[in-house]
Each structure stands twice: as structure tokens, then as C-alpha cells.
Design a protein around this ligand. Structure first.
Ligand code: MEV
Length: 423
């Protein structure tokens, strides 16, 4: 599709018209329903235009609530934004299992973000730069006065040569309070360039936040009586043993570990999205952590102790509850309000508990009856909708086909039968 030069500079409504015309001219016209769904309401379009360049619409992602979480003794209803069926149902199920064993306990998650500044030709200047720490601190704090006024700002410096490229790596930590911090540390990093060039004697190649997010490392734990895990004709002890074995498989096989961790991220990313956070930053940090030993492994661990199954998840979760999209998007504020407006650290810990719940739900389903049975029930509802069912028809058609063949033809036949006159 070829768009006219002025597309970028047009107002959002005109941009949509240009897009529609170009799509039609290219022989792939946009459908009426698709056109309408992405352009409403007007506020969403206006917000999209404010948030990204060349905006042409807004995509409504479903938001649901995983209820029943007990985290650090508090009852929490967790908003989750996801397009994947069964994620929220799975989290809710695991939350219920774990609350019977006392719920989740969480820890960690410092609100520190780190900027990396790479100074070319300054590999030999590590000690000079380290000795200039007081001036670096001054420059950093001067670059982010509003943050300093809120109690944040400079917190530390690390300097290391990268000898292969003759580069000096300077890392500066900032306390970003309740912001995720990428913008703040990028501002500080760029402000430091002239100072570092003067001290180091080289030229700054680049400066940017590191998504390693090491300070954001959070933990969540639970310990659940094995009896609660009985399922699919298997006793609780057997199920617990199978979960432990499934975790061991992930520890031995990276191709399984990535799927295991993807399930964990189903929960964490859904909380991140529901609160307007950067889901890619969260994913990047998690997968680096999963490979920290040199071989990629599972983020969670499980063990059996005294008739209980104990699970633990440790993962960096860089989230913010202020600043960025969080402060402009009412949907993000909605998510935070549902959570009782937590600070960034508390939010990350909640997400960590949800990630562990998601993992427990996936593993117990996988080593129990398999995941397809649960998925199919939700899939049946989608098929019913696609076949034309609306309102109460959706449930009724889904219920009919869920017991047998779950496909488009079955949904269409069930709907036709439901609507048959005189039934
Ligand atoms: C699906 O989105 C997530 C799972 O594949 C996770 C897992 O296999 O552990 C079910």
C-alpha cells in the first residue's frame, strides 16, 4: 500500500481517510466493521494520536479480573489485559488453590533503573571516571531535578572497560520512585555525555537504559498442601511430584524452558499491559535472567516438603505506576485503581505472584488432564461468535459443540439448529 507524503502530518481523522482510500486503491479495502471498531470512541482516537506517531486507530484489548489472590496477606483483584483465552481463568484457578495454603508472599523489586553510557576510546580511563563520582552524581541530579525533589535521583556508579572494542562502559543507577525509569535514566545519560568525554578522553558512542533491569528482581513464593492439587483422577501427592518433574524437564531442556517461561509471562505481561506498562521491557528482562547461568532455564522452581508443594518465582519486573503511558492513558489508571493504586514496587510484586500462579496453573493442567480441554471451552465461544451467535446464543452454541467436534462447521450447525423456527 502506498500512502501519500502528507500522511504523517495529517490530523488523525484525515489520516484514517487516506489509509482507507489507499487500501481500496490497492485492491484490499478495509471492512466496515473493522473500520468502525478501530475508530471509536473519539477519545480513544485522540489518545492514540497523542501517544504514538501516525496513529490511525485504537485496538481494544480485553481486560479481565483474576479474583481471589491473597498476596502478602492482602486480598487482591488483579486486572489482566490479554488476547489469549484461558489466561485469566487459569490465574484465578491457581489463586484459589494457593490461598488455601496461605497465599503468596513476595519480596524484592528496588525502584532503580540503570543507564549505560559507552565511551569510545576511553577503555583506560576507568579509574579516572570512578574517581569523578561526586561530579557525576551532581550532573545526574541536576538533569532530573523533579525526580530529586520527589526523593529519587542518583544512587550509584559502576565503571568497566570493554577491552575488545576499546570502550569504557559507565553504568549509573537512578532511583526513579514510581516511574519505570527508562525516560529518566535516558535523560540523565545524555546529560552526562560531555562530562564523561572530558574526564574519559574519548567520545560517547551511545547512552541508553539497560533492559537487564537487575535491581527490579522480585520474588514470589507459595506453599500449598498437596491434597489441594488432586485432579484428573490423580491424588495431590502424585500431582505435586509431576509438577516437580515438569519443572525439572524445563531445567534440562531450553526448548521446554522457553514455553514454561512464556506461560509465566502470560501473567506478568497481562498485568503490565493492564497498567499501561512496557511489556517488551518486562519480557526482555525476564529472558535475560532466565539465561543468566549461560544456559536458558525455567524462572520458577518447585519442591515438595512435608506434604506441601512449594513454588518460587524470581524474575526482574520493571514496572511503573506513574509517568509514561501510565499517566496519560485512562485504561492504565483504571488498572491501577482496581489494584488500589500501588507504588511501582508493590505493582511488580503483584505481577510476580500472578506469574507464579500462571505457571502453577499451566503445569497442573499439563501434567493433569492437558490444557486443551480448558482451551476448547473458550475456543468454542469464539467459534460460536464467528458463526454469528450473539448474546445468550454464544454460550448455548458453545455448550453444544464443546461436548463434541469443536470447529466452525459444528458451530454453524448448532446455531442454525438453535434458531430453527418452532424449536
Ligand atoms: C500457553 O500460552 C502457555 C503454556 O504453554 C505454558 C506452559 O506450557 O507451561 C501452557
Amino acid at each position: 500500500m502506498t500512502l501519500p507524503e502528507r500522511f504523517r502530518y495529517a490530523a488523525v481523522a484525515e489520516r484514517r481517510d487516506l489509509l482507507r482510500a489507499a487500501a481500496a486503491a490497492g485492491g484490499h479495502p478495509l471492512g466496515d466493521a473493522e473500520w468502525a471498531a478501530t475508530g471509536q470512541p473519539a477519545e480513544a482516537l485522540e489518545l492514540a494520536d497523542l501517544m504514538v506517531e501516525s496513529a490511525v486507530g485504537a485496538l481494544a484489548v480485553p481486560v479481565g479480573i483474576a479474583a481471589g489472590f491473597l498476596i502478602d496477606g492482602r486480598e487482591i483483584a488483579v486486572p489482566m489485559a490479554t488476547e489469549e483465552p484461558s489466561v485469566i481463568a487459569a490465574a484465578t484457578h491457581a489463586a484459589r488453590l494457593v490461598r488455601g495454603g496461605g497465599g503468596f508472599t513476595t519480596g524484592g523489586g528496588l525502584p532503580l533503573a540503570t543507564v549505560q553510557i559507552f565511551v569510545d576510546g576511553a577503555a583506560g580511563a576507568a579509574s579516572r571516571v570512578t574517581a569523578a563520582e561526586p561530579r557525576i552524581r551532581e550532573w545526574v541530579d541536576a538533569a532530573v531535578p523533579a525526580l530529586v525533589a520527589r526523593g529519587g535521583g542518583y544512587r550509584g556508579l559502576r565503571v568497566r572497560a570493554l577491552p575488545a572494542g576499546g570502550m569504557l562502559k559507565v553504568e549509573v543507577d537512578l532511583d526513579c520512585r514510581d516511574a519505570m525509569g527508562a525516560n529518566k535514566v535516558n535523560t540523565a545519560g545524555e546529560a552526562l555525555r560531555p562530562l564523561l568525554e572530558r574526564i574519559g578522553g574519548g567520545e560517547v558512542l551511545m547512552s541508553i537504559v539497560t533492559n537487564a533491569s537487575r535491581h527490579h528482581l522480585c520474588t514470589a513464593r507459595f506453599s500449598c498442601p498437596e491434597g489441594r492439587l488432586a485432579r484428573a483422577g490423580r491424588g495431590g501427592a502424585e500431582m505435586a511430584e509431576r509438577v516437580v518433574r515438569a519443572n525439572a524437564v524445563a531445567a534440562e531442556d531450553p526448548d521446554r524452558a522457553i514455553t514454561h517461561n512464556k506461560g509465566i509471562m502470560n501473567g506478568i505481561a497481562a498485568v503490565a499491559l493492564a497498567t499501561g506498562n512496557d511489556t517488551r521491557a518486562v519480557e526482555a528482562a525476564a529472558h535475560l535472567h532466565a539465561g543468566r547461568s549461560g544456559s536458558y532455564g525455567p524462572l520458577s522452581t518447585y519442591r515438595r516438603e512435608d506434604g506441601r508443594l512449594a513454588g518460587e518465582l524470581a524474575v526482574p519486573i520493571p514496572l511503573g505506576s506513574a509517568g509514561g503511558a501510565v499517566s496519560v492513558h485512562p485504561g492504565a489508571r483504571f488498572g491501577l485503581q482496581v489494584l488500589g493504586n500501588p507504588g511501582a514496587r508493590a505493582l511488580a510484586r503483584i505481577a510476580c505472584a500472578v506469574g507464579l500462579a500462571q505457571n502453577l496453573a499451566a503445569l497442573t493442567a499439563l501434567v493433569g488432564e492437558g490444557i486443551q480441554r480448558g482451551h476448547l471451552r473458550l475456543h468454542a465461544r469464539r467459534l460460536a461468535f464467528q458463526a454469528g451467535a450473539r448474546g445468550a446464543e454464544v454460550e448455548r452454541v458453545a455448550a453444544r459443540i464443546a461436548a463434541g467436534r469443536v470447529d466452525e462447521a459444528a458451530a454453524a450447525a448448532a446455531l442454525a439448529d438453535l434458531r430453527r423456527p418452532g424449536r
